[in-house]
Write a protein that binds this ligand. Sequence first.
Ligand code: SF4
Ligand code: SF4
Length: 222
Amino acid sequence: MIVAERKNVPELIDIIKEHKNILVLGCGTCVTVCLAGGEREVSIISSALRIASKVRGLDLKVEELTIERQCDNIFIEQAADAINRNDAVLSLGCGAGVQAIAERYANKPVYAGLNTKFLGILEEHGIWTEKCAACGACVLHEYGGICPVTRCAKHLLNGPCGGSREDRCEVRPDRACAWQLIYQRLKNIGQLERLKKIELPKDWNASLSGGPRVIIREDHRI
Ligand code: SF4
Ligand code: SF4
C-alpha cells in the first residue's frame, strides 16, 4: 500500500490560511489503513484546525468528508457538492489523490495535507516499512523476493557492502542488512546459486527519469 503521514497542524494552517471555508477530504483506501488520512484522521485534523483557527482568530470553517478513493474519478464525483461549496480542499489522500482532484477542479485550490512516503507494509502495530521504490523493472525474482533497490541502504544489486555487523545494516543499524536477508532467503529456498551471478547495472529508464510514467493497456481501451 501507499504509506503516508500527516503534516503537522501549524504547517497545515500556514498552507490554508488565506481561505475561510475548507473541505478536509479523506481517502478510504491506503491512507486509511496507514492511519494517515481516513475518516478518523479527517475528524482529528478538522478539530485541530478549528481549535487553531479560534486561537489565531482566523474564522476558518471546516467541513469534513471521506470518499472511498481520491485517485478515481468515480469516487471524486461523490465529493462534488462539498468541493464546490468550499473555497479550497485540504486533501488527506496520497499525492496521486491530491493531483487527481486538482486536475478535475481546475479552478479550485487543492492542498496536500499528507506527506506521501513510500510503498510498504504494516510490519507491526504502528510501524510501516518501505518495501518497494516502484523502480518500474522488478528484479525481485533474482533476490528471493527481497528488494535490494529499496531495502539495502546503498541500493546494491551485487552486495553485501561489507559493512554489516551482526546482521544489521551499517547505515541503518536499526534495520536488518538487506543482503543478510537475501542470503538467508535464497538459502532457505535452495537458490544460493543466484548469488554467483554478477548483476549488470540496472536500466533506470523504467524509473522516474524522463517524466511521469504511463501504462497503456490496449486490450482495455475502448
Ligand atoms: S525491484 Fe523495483 S519494482 Fe521490484 S520491489 Fe524493488 S523497487 Fe519495487
Ligand atoms: S549493510 Fe547491508 S543493507 Fe546496509 S548498505 Fe551494506 S549491504 Fe546494504
